[in-house]
Design a binder for this molecule. Structure first.
Ligand code: F6R
Length: 240
């Protein structure tokens, strides 16, 4: 992977946003792979002024993951987060931006449906990624197969605790998610992984320089021909 050490999250956001704008200029029907959580927010922030005057009406998007069994209208469902942070501020067409369907009704075919939709769109051009403190990308927790496709997974206690900040209590964090698999993510044509802060240093070092292993799902990016890693000094502090 190409590793770029940035001053702060805003600089990373600007670099990733410039790349996304280049992509949309080259292809107004570009397919963006969207992430949620705190990490990609500076990218979405940096995109706002950059898309003014750009025709984004045909841009397509696929989110990485969703909680299972959480009301889609809940403010912390990834459907809500993607609407609030990406679709509305950037003026994308909501019909062209998909999030895996985490509702219990039909969950058994939701993964296959999502895979089909990504394939029919021609695949993801640029996939934004954060990384969990336990090394997950998407919600592919340690032990996930490198060949995995979109499916239901159980969140680790670590991830539920990490995400408790978005909910009133840790008990409110859903136990299951539906996530693109590592195999799905690896098919994107360009991976852009971002990580900020000391808490991510271990996971970043493992992902970028450690053994390629299912125990650290982020290490799959070492097998990708076009991966960019944008990290601040703190997140880069354990790199050799
Ligand atoms: C979010 C996702 C996760 C997060 C990761 C880091 O769609 O798939 O892999 O990127 O949990 O979360 P933050 O950015 O909140 O530290």
């Amino acid at each position: 992977a190409e590793i770029i050490i940035v001053r702060d999250p805003d600089e990373a956001g600007a670099i990733a946003a410039d790349e996304i704008v280049r992509l949309i200029r080259a292809n107004p029907r570009a397919v963006l792979g969207l992430a949620t959580g705190s990490t990609p927010l500076p990218v979405y922030e940096a995109l706002r002024p950059r898309v003014a005057g750009l025709d984004v009406s045909r841009v397509r998007g696929f989110a990485l993951d969703e909680y299972v069994g959480l009301d889609p209208a809940h403010p912390e469902s990834y459907r809500s987060v993607i609407s609030r942070e990406v679709v509305e501020p950037l003026g994308l067409d909501p019909a062209l931006v998909r999030v895996p369907d985490g509702s219990l009704d039909g969950i058994e075919h939701a993964g296959d449906d999502y895979e089909r939709a990504i394939t029919e769109a021609g695949g993801v051009d640029l996939q934004l990624l954060g990384i969990g403190t336990d090394g997950h990308i998407g919600f592919n927790e340690p032990g996930s197969s490198f060949a995995s496709l979109t499916r239901v997974k159980t969140l680790t206690e670590q991830t539920r605790e990490d995400n408790a900040r978005f909910f009133d209590r840790v008990d409110d964090v859903p136990r299951h998610c539906i996530t693109q698999g590592l195999g799905t993510i690896m098919r994107a044509r360009h991976l852009v992984l971002l990580a900020f802060g000391e808490g991510k240093a271990e996971a970043v070092a493992g992902a970028v320089e450690g053994a390629v292993t299912a125990s650290l799902p982020g290490s799959a990016i070492q097998l990708h021909p076009h991966a960019t890693v944008l990290v601040d000094e703190a997140a880069a502090s354990r790199l050799a």
